[in-house]
Design a protein. Structure first.
Ligand code: 5GP
Length: 191
């Protein structure tokens, strides 16, 4: 997605070979017009998949997912990183190792919000090693629902996540695919 790649180039910064900082428009300050374009692009890609719910992992997946949910006219379900006393009722949980925090958390879903009849589009901001996407997909599948697609805003294709998710048989699309990066430069797939 050209608009997104241009934004990453102008406002993103590779902290090192591994971590891309995009807090100017995605992770801290949010460019809502860009999020709208991203939501519309996910709709264009997955519109024939019979999507009934958008699911995402808090917090940075929420902005693009909300815009996709608007485009699909379906609810968005936020997978939580911890249970709270507000979550009465039946919960499902799975352990996920965080790429940025370097520790595990319990990804949590209140059972009533996704059922076996749902076809879910899972959206996340980044794909690195695939832990978050794989954990979220597993959690959603515990309900009996189908993962009809996985939409990633930025994938770092030099890390193993994209290949892992494809090998597991998921229909995955990434809007900006980074081939390699380092201090001061970012190269996208196909460049
Ligand atoms: P994975 O589980 O695929 O290893 O990592 C994905 C998760 O880690 C995403 O949900 C995202 O929050 C975070 N993440 C991974 N790589 C990056 C990165 O380069 N920059 C930022 N800001 N977050 C990242």
């Amino acid at each position: 997605m050209k608009l997104l790649e241009d934004k990453i180039r102008s406002c993103g910064r590779a902290l090192n070979d591994d971590v891309l900082l995009v807090d100017m428009f995605l992770n801290h300050q949010v460019d809502c017009e860009l999020m709208k374009a991203i939501g519309d692009e996910f709709y264009r890609i997955f519109k024939d998949e019979g999507i009934t719910k958008i699911a995402t992992v808090e917090a940075s997946g929420i902005a693009p997912s909300a815009m996709a949910a608007l485009a699909f006219k379906v609810p968005m379900v936020i997978l939580k990183k911890q249970a709270s006393v507000l979550m009465d009722g039946k919960m499902l949980q799975t352990e996920v190792y965080s790429f940025t925090k370097k520790k595990s958390y319990q990804l949590t879903l209140k059972k009533e919000f996704i059922t076996e009849n749902d076809r879910v589009l899972l959206i996340d901001d980044f794909m690195a090693n695939g832990e978050a996407a794989m954990g979220a997909a597993k959690l959603i599948e515990m309900t009996g629902a189908t993962i009809a697609g996985i939409g990633i805003v930025i994938s770092k294709n030099f890390q193993p996540g994209m290949e892992k998710i494809k090998a597991a048989g998921y229909n995955v699309a990434s809007l900006a695919q980074v081939a390699e990066m380092g201090e001061g430069y970012i190269k996208f797939v196909g460049e």
